[in-house]
Write a protein that binds this ligand. Structure first.
Ligand SMILES: Cc1ncc(COP(=O)(O)O)c(C=O)c1O
Length: 397
């Protein structure tokens, strides 16, 4: 008999769509793929060279469970430079992507009877990771008028004596929304007043398109920093998704506990990956600026084009590489011989009829929406959006 815990975890709701994309691609069908959750760029050659050097030096053995010291030092230096926050290397853990930091932090901070507040729309894994910690996800809905942000007043209203953790994500997946410093300050006031821990997922911090600097909630005050586990990753920043490298930084006791979990489960991150990450963090950031500029061009093009399509609209998101679009006006409409009644059918029908892949909103807690990623080349963006427009027009509304 499987455990109650694992039975409570929902299977991925978007798996069917992803499987269909794979099947079509395997048959040689050209797909205009707006589904990507990762940059379409390759890992830079100088970073790859760091991995090759590690191999040649036989740096192929177990490392400390929390990561090699040089890398934890480089991460602390990076956070100091980017966020003006001081962490010692024993306040840093190197993890298998940012994902494992979030998982370890939830295992450390939440348990049976605890509530974890998650703003919606949310990244798909948050609620399920909360369930895996035997705790209860409490969803607070961000309104579209507010670019899907949740307000301090909304959060305060959702608090109960059992609230333990709030999951903050700015820039946000799936909406691209960035919280302003003022909004983060207002939230921090609530968290400090009630002693709520924050897991601050900042994996898109470098993919921002406005001049204001990125603000980590840990920067707001010493009290807030003492309640925060800052999570970041090299996945999106350096196009290193498959290498599996991220990190967490926070109070010593929390990081020590997260490291204990890691030492008794997965052990340290791949030794070669850690050396490559050290090269990435110790080199200049020109490559990030170049790629962010390319994403900005694509964002500007895509937002303008979406707003020219009848029945679609979107705001200009400040970060990440996603647009989150309402398709509510197309529900219960007929496309060819297919009637669409939800975001999964919408995505499947669009894929089948026009070979355009998007991600259904339901997995992010928002039915009647789709997520469109512009982490794809300009030519595909152009043709894919033309096809999306033709598809919507075929419903005749
Ligand atoms: C919001 C958010 N957090 C965390 C992650 C995890 O990324 P990784 O584990 O590759 O660092 C992702 C990946 O898609 C994400 O979108």
């Amino acid at each position: 008999m499987l455990t109650e815990r694992v039975r409570a975890v929902k299977p991925s709701m978007t798996l069917a769509v992803i499987a269909k994309v794979r099947e079509l691609k395997a048959r040689g069908v050209k797909i205009f793929d707006f589904g990507a959750g990762e940059p379409d760029f390759n890992t830079a050659d100088y970073i790859k060279a760091g991995a090759v050097a590690a191999l040649e030096e036989n740096f192929t053995r177990y490392t400390a469970a929390g990561g090699i010291l040089e890398l934890r030092e480089a991460i602390a230096a990076r956070i100091h430079k980017d966020n003006q926050l001081d962490y010692s290397p024993d306040q840093v853990i190197v993890t298998n992507g940012g994902k494992q930091s979030i998982y370890n932090a939830l295992q450390t901070l939440a348990q049976n009877g605890d509530e974890v507040i998650i703003p919606s729309p949310y990244w798909v894994s948050y609620p399920e990771m909360v369930v895996l910690a035997d705790a209860k996800p409490v969803i607070v809905q961000g309104s579209e008028e507010n670019e899907f942000r949740v307000t301090a007043a909304q959060v305060e209203e959702a608090l109960t004596p059992n609230t333990k953790v709030f999951i903050m994500n700015s820039p946000q997946n799936p909406t691209g929304t960035v919280y302003s410093r003022e909004e983060i300050e207002a939230l921090a006031q609530v968290f400090v007043k009630h002693g709520i821990h924050i897991i601050s997922d900042e994996v898109y911090d470098k993919l921002r398109y406005n001049p204001e600097p990125h603000v980590s909630i840990a920067q707001i005050s010493e009290e807030m920093k003492a309640l925060t586990v800052l999570v970041n990753s090299l996945s999106k920043t350096y196009a290193m998704t498959g290498w599996r490298i991220g990190f967490g930084a926070g109070p010593k006791d929390i990081i020590k506990a997260m490291t204990k979990i890691q030492s008794q489960s997965t052990s340290g991150v791949n030794s070669i990956t850690q050396k490559a990450a050290l090269v990435a963090l110790s080199s200049g950031d020109e490559i990030i600026a170049e790629r962010t500029e390319e994403f900005r061009k694509r964002r500007d093009f895509t937002v303008k084009r979406i707003n020219s399509i009848d029945g679609l609209s979107c705001f200009m998101p400040g970060g990440a590489f996603f647009l989150f679009l309402s398709v509510a006006g197309f529900m219960d409409k007929t496309f060819g011989d297919a009637k669409v009644t939800g975001s999964i059918e919408f995505a499947t029908t669009l894929l089948e009829q026009k070979h355009v892949a998007v991600v259904p909103g339901i997995g992010f807690g928002a039915e009647n929406y789709i997520r469109l990623s512009y982490a794809t080349g300009m030519d595909d963006l152009e043709e894919g959006l033309n096809r999306l427009e033709q598809f919507l027009a075929s419903a005749g509304i």
